[in-house]
Structures are given as C-alpha cells and as structure tokens.
Design a protein around this ligand. Structure first.
Ligand code: CFM
Ligand code: HCA
Length: 545
C-alpha cells in the first residue's frame, strides 16, 4: 500500500510513449503533462483522436441528443437513423425527471427512432421521417418534436430542417418542430454536439414565452446540470429552501416551458461549462442576463455556490437565509464526513470523465482526504484545463461571439442595469478577491496537485499503464473502462451515471458520495480478483517449501 506514494509520476510519460510508433508518440506527448498550478503547462486538447487508438470519447450525436436534449421530458426526440444510435442514447445516462402531475407529458421512458433500413439509405429517408413525425403527433400530441441526425443522414443528404419546416406547416404551426445537424462524425467528440444543441435551443425555444408569474424576487437559471442520478432534485431542494426560484435548468428535469422562459431570469449559474457555455453567453448577449460559474459537487462547493448567489443579489434577508441553510446542512454533512474519513483519508484516486466532472469531483475527494494522482477530460477544451480569466467588463460585443445564424437582439441596457461595477465590487467584497469572479472560472489544473498527471483523451492503453504503475485505490470513469479496470483489481466508480448511486450533488449528495466511496475503498473483494494460487505471496510461499 504505502509504496505507491513513492512512485514518481514524472516517469509515466516516457514509459507510455515508448511503446507508441514514433509519430503517434510525438502527438500523444502533447496531451500528457505533469501539472504545475503556478505555472500552467500547455496541454493539447479538443483535437482528433489518432486513428487506431482506443479512445473513451463519444460522438456529436451523443453530445447533442443524448446529453443536452435527452433529459428534457416533454419534447419527442426522434433519432433519424439506424436503431442502434437511438438505443444507445436511451436512458443509459440515468437522467431523471419528475412530472408535477399525472397529466404532464413525460417521454423520457420512450425511445423514438426512424429505424433506418438499407432501402432508406438508397432511396432517402425523409418520407419515413415525416411518417414518424405524424405518428408521434397522433399518439402523443407533444408541444415540440426534435429531430436528430445520425451519420447516414448527412451522408445521404436527408434535410431534417426542411422536413421540420414542412411538418410544422402541415400541422398549422401547432407543434414546434426543429432539427439538429448533429451527425456523429461532425467535430472530434461530443463537444461539437453540445454547441449544435445550444444553438438550436436558442433559436427555437429560448425567449418564446414572456408570460411568467414570478414566484420569488430572486430568479435564476441553472445551466449544465442534467439531473444524473437525481442531482438536480437535490439542487432544487437547496434553492427552494433558500427562497430562490429556479426558472430553468438546462436540461435536467426540464420542460419546453422552462426553456421558453429562461430569458426572464435575473442571473444564470453555469455548472458544466463545457456543454452549455454557449447558451450562457447567448442569454447574456441577447437578454442582458449575467452568468457565473458554480459547482454543486462537494459540500463546500455547494455552500460557495449559494454564497455567490447571495452576493449577487445582495439582499440582507436572502443572505441570512442562505447562511442559515448552509449552517444547517453542513452540520449534518460534517458528521457523515467524519464517519467516512477514517476509511478514505490518505487514499489515491484517478479521474477520467467527459468535460467537467474530472475537475468538479476533485472537490469531493478532497473532502474525503483522497489525493487525485491523475485526471483528464475525454473532450474538454484548453479552457476547461487552464480556466479562464477575463477582465470584468460591461461591454457587450455581439460580433465576437461567433453565433452566425442567430439574430441577436441584445439588451445592453438590461445587462448594464444588472451587472454594474458596483455589483461586481460587492461580489468581490463578499467572496474575496481571489475567488472566481463573474465570467471567470478555474480549470482542472488550478486544482489538481503539483506534479500530478493531467492527460487529455486518455487511451485505453494509457489507462492500463496508469493502473499497472500506480495502483490507485479508486479509478473513476465510465462503462467502457469499468470492467477492464476492475479486472485489474481496482474498484471503478462510474462518474457518468454513478452506477446505481446518486445523487452526488449538493449536501445530501456529498453524504451519498462519502458513503459510497468509503465502502468502495475499504472493500476487500478486489484483492480476490486473482485465484489464491495466482497471487505472488502464495507463489513465493511455495518456493519456501
Ligand atoms: Fe458536462 Fe455532463 Fe460532463 Fe458532458 Fe458527458 Fe455526462 Fe460527462 Mo458523460 S454534460 S461534460 S457530455 S458534466 S454525459 S452529465 S457524465 S461525459 S463529465
Ligand atoms: C455519452 C454519454 C456518457 C457515456 C458514459 C460512459 C454518459 O457520452 O454518450 O462512457 O460510461 O455519461 O452516459 O458520457
């Protein structure tokens, strides 16, 4: 156990690169670095995976349909393509939802697909798609229907946008129908799919409904929270307790109507910056709603997020209420942490997940006294590693935002009214100058320790090497890694869908996480992976005889 900490993490790079062909090794070298938070090294990210390497990444369709639109409950999401694409993105992510009454639509349990066949590839699939839309309307009468393109759709030239327009007309504009050009092969990962989804949300839903009855003086959007394992339910509980209205969540436990009213909020909070920053920027540019980054992963992070909300609204009553809730919740959380700590303190972890959790979950591990030896994203961009620093400004430059296709109706006056230098100053006073400010955020490298290995788009081979050399007490990744890692005798916690656990967000979530990780790192079952006669000590013992 003890000797793993003596292992020098700087030797990993040479050890792993040595086995690659020279050209491949040269390319991978740029994506493997030893961290230095004070002098951040440059990491290569968001580039095409080298063909032949086994990556853990997904595709553009997965990022658009599965990730961003998947968790919303009252849109019929039709996958135009072969059935496998629809099936793959059907609930494996464990995004949950709760209707307010039995009358409310909930299509999440359904998997809608045109189930394209060879003949559709040869003769075109638009007619089949139209038929599917008619059928969906007849059976479910939804408010909105979304069409998602898979790889063959782009290859054969079916035009999902034309079909959407035609069907909207056929239904006399009674159903909002829109398409996504999110063919799997676009871009280099899920990330392009997020962007496509963000643009279409903005174009087709956000801003459609001004008719709101505010439930509170303090109204916020929460972006980049997808209600995996019930995370959004726990965050909703905290907001409700504090008297802050959640106008919309993009897109955990969301509805068409919440998207349509998002532009009426006072403030936008961004959890997973990678997947939804585009909507945050558009809400700011067009509707003057300021945004800042928060995280509800970790008890301290959750407290900090709520304090940021308090500082922004700068209302004494709200601040008092929020502080009361934090004190109440942290007391229970701390007791749970103390129970877990003896089992977790001093252990080591590795985290390789998507585009934000490899960063966010370090907070929870820190609370457990667990050191992260190595971490990285599948598809993060450089800003997700390095963070972003912007000089606070109230200038809005719509042209620099690269959102062609979209008509920007910028509401500079509203933004200025909300995000005055005075508000910024108040936030700075309340949170301290070093805290992440409006529109700034820290990345993975600001958090992970000096010398720790940061690896982008980790390959399967590199993953095996990491385990072989450093034997972490727990490895966090997804389903593609899970059984390979566990067969090597290391417990793997899925940080995508939480296996069967969660929620892990907020205060309740932190306690669930403490408990689950304490169990995983202290179980002896993984030592039984090898049959007794295969274990080294047994073999050694036989020599003695
Ligand atoms: Fe954002 Fe996500 Fe993630 Fe992501 Fe994903 Fe996910 Fe993820 Mo899987 S939106 S980047 S594309 S936090 S599905 S809920 S777990 S890879 S780290
Ligand atoms: C996706 C979804 C995924 C996959 C997780 C995994 C998720 O990228 O298509 O590989 O286990 O969270 O469900 O990221």
């Amino acid at each position: 156990m003890g000797d793993k900490k003596k292992v020098d993490l700087t030797t990993f790079k040479d050890a792993v690169l040595d086995k690659y062909p020279k050209k491949v090794g040269k390319k991978r070298a740029k994506a493997i670095i030893n961290n230095d938070p004070d002098n951040m090294p440059v990491i290569q990210a968001n580039i095409r995976t080298i063909p032949g390497i086994i990556t853990q990444r997904g595709c553009t369709y997965a990022g658009c349909k599965g990730v961003v639109l998947g968790p919303t409950r009252d849109i019929v999401n039709i996958t135009h393509g072969p059935i496998g694409c629809g099936f793959y993105s059907w609930l494996t992510r464990r995004n949950q939802t709760k209707t307010e009454s039995d009358q409310d639509a909930n299509f999440i349990p359904y998997c809608f697909s045109t189930d394209m066949q060879d003949s559709n590839i040869v003769f075109g699939g638009e007619e089949k798609l139209k038929q599917a839309i008619r059928e969906a309307r007849e059976l479910f009468n939804p408010k909105a229907i979304a069409i998602f393109s898979t790889c063959p759709v782009g290859l054969i030239g079916d035009d999902v946008h034309r079909v959407a327009r035609q069907m909207k007309e056929e239904f006399n504009n009674e159903v909002n129908i829109f398409g996504f050009s999110c063919e799997g092969y676009r871009g280099v990962s899920q990330s392009a799919g997020h962007h496509i989804a963000n643009n279409q949300l903005y174009k087709n839903l956000i801003g459609n409904d001004d008719n709101v009855t505010p439930k509170s003086k303090f109204r916020v959007n929460l972006l980049g929270e997808y209600n995996i394992g019930g995370d959004a339910f726990e965050i909703e509980r905290i907001f409700e307790k504090c008297g802050v209205e959640l106008v919309s969540t993009f897109s955990g436990n969301s509805t068409v109507s919440s998207f349509e009213q998002a532009h009426t909020a006072d403030l936008t909070l961004v959890m997973c910056h990678r997947s939804i920053n585009y909507v945050a920027e558009m809400l700011e540019t067009s509707f003057g709603i300021p945004w800042f980054k928060v995280s509800f992963i970790g008890a301290q992070a959750s407290a900090k997020a709520m304090r940021k909300v308090a500082a922004y609204f700068n209302d004494p009553e709200l601040t008092e209420r929020i502080e009361k809730v934090i004190a109440e919740e942290l007391k229970i959380v701390e007791a749970a942490r103390q129970v877990a700590l003896p089992k977790t303190n001093g252990k080591t972890a590795m985290l390789f997940v998507g585009g934000s959790r490899a960063h966010h979950y370090q907070d929870l591990f820190e609370e457990l006294g667990v050191t992260t030896l190595s971490a990285g994203y599948e598809f993060g961009h450089r800003d997700d590693y390095e963070g972003r620093r912007v000089i606070p400004t109230i200038q809005i430059d719509a042209d620099s935002r690269n959102i062609e296709e979209i008509t920007v109706t910028k509401d500079e006056a509203r933004f200025k009214e909300r995000m005055t230098p005075d508000v910024l100053k108040k936030m700075e006073d309340a949170l301290g100058k070093d805290e992440v400010e409006y529109n700034d955020y820290n990345g993975l490298m600001a958090q992970i320790g000096k010398g720790a290995l940061v690896i982008d788009d980790l390959s399967h081979y590199e993953m095996e090497k990491l385990i072989e050399l450093y034997h972490p007490d727990i490895f966090c990744a997804g389903i593609k890694e899970k059984y390979a890692v566990q067969k090597m005798g290391i417990p793997l916690k899925q940080l995508h869908n939480y296996d069967s656990g969660g929620p892990y967000a907020g205060f309740q979530g932190a306690m669930n996480f403490y408990n689950d990780i304490a169990m995983m790192v202290s179980t002896s079952i993984f030592k039984e992976i090898k049959a007794p006669w295969e274990r080294e000590e047994v073999v050694e013992a036989s020599y003695v005889y």
